[in-house]
Design a binder for this molecule. Structure first.
Ligand code: FE2
Ligand code: FE2
Length: 290
């Protein structure tokens, strides 16, 4: 039987080399935690962002896109702060930092470059719409959890690839989680959670990441977790894996028929059609970002 502490040791093993897998994680993660810290100051946040040219470029591109709706020439981080305000710079910083963490290809999962980012961004957009309907007050955390829910895949890609090469698999796995657990004794949700905890992100983000494939238990029953689980499932059902919005198709009736045991989120079922419509509009507008 495994104890809790040995479980954590397994995950820790996979997060030790994070610097080699994710470019400049020090800046991205500092930006993520500063944006979630009510006490951090905007000038400090801006200074940190400017240390990373890729992040700065990502944020400027987003700030000038129609998705964020500003349509004005924004040419520096200072411009973003002056013209767009505190909440927007936090949103842009979190989105830009996450894009930098997720845009490499993940072979073991059959994901091309940017596919994971595309899926994660879709999940963040849909999660925050569902959260608004559910009258959650943690919209910001849910958005970030959506962006980062599969970050464990970045860490497990190589070990999973190596494990599947060196093992003869004569069993059919019903899910990627089952395959990961069988090969690596852990899964991308748990490893992602331990990584984000080590970065100092709050429980409102780390718990939904850790339990987005769980259906039972206290953590799976928390509203943030239920929203991320649902958003992830819906995005998978819609088939968002690549940046081709025209090919997405979602049949609400088929979906309802086949998926009776999804988490219950307040006001979701009654507003499903409107929620999915809003999601499509936002996600299509966001296509320039992905
Ligand atoms: Fe996942
Ligand atoms: Fe996912």
């Amino acid at each position: 039987m495994t104890t809790l502490s040995s479980d954590i040791d397994i995950e820790s093993k996979y997060i030790t080399n994070v610097e080699n897998l994710i470019p400049r994680p020090d800046i991205a993660l500092k930006v993520l935690s500063m944006a979630h810290d009510a006490n951090s100051s905007i000038p400090e946040l801006a200074k940190k962002i400017e240390q990373d040219p890729n992040l700065t470029a990502n944020m400027l591109r987003m700030a000038n896109s129609s998705y964020f709706g500003f349509m004005r020439e924004i040419s520096s981080i200072k411009d973003i702060i002056i013209r767009l305000g505190f909440e927007t710079i936090k949103l842009l910083a979190i989105t830009g930092a996450s894009a930098g963490l997720l845009n490499t290809p993940q072979k073991a999962y059959g994901l091309e470059a940017r596919s994971l980012w595309n899926h994660s961004f879709a999940c963040a957009i849909l999660g925050s719409i569902i959260a608004r309907y559910a009258r959650s007050e943690e919209n910001f955390s849910i958005y970030t959890a959506g962006l980062l829910h599969d970050i464990g895949k970045v860490l497990l890609n190589k070990p999973l690839h190596e494990a599947t090469l060196s093992t003869t698999i004569n069993k059919k796995f019903s899910s990627i989680i089952e395959l990961e657990r069988s090969m690596l004794q852990t899964d991308h949700a748990k490893v992602g959670m331990v990584l984000l905890q080590s970065w100092g992100l709050p429980d409102s983000i780390t718990i939904p990441v850790g339990y987005h494939h769980s259906r039972d238990g206290k953590e799976a029953g928390l509203l943030n977790t239920k929203i991320i689980t649902l958003a992830n499932f819906l995005v998978e059902s819609i088939g968002i894996r690549a940046a081709e919005p025209d090919k997405y198709l979602f049949q609400i009736d088929d979906f309802l028929e086949q998926n009776q045991n999804l988490p219950e989120v307040p006001n979701f079922q009654d507003n499903m059609e409107t929620i999915i419509d809003e999601f499509y509009n936002k996600f299509n507008d966001a296509a320039v970002l992905i």
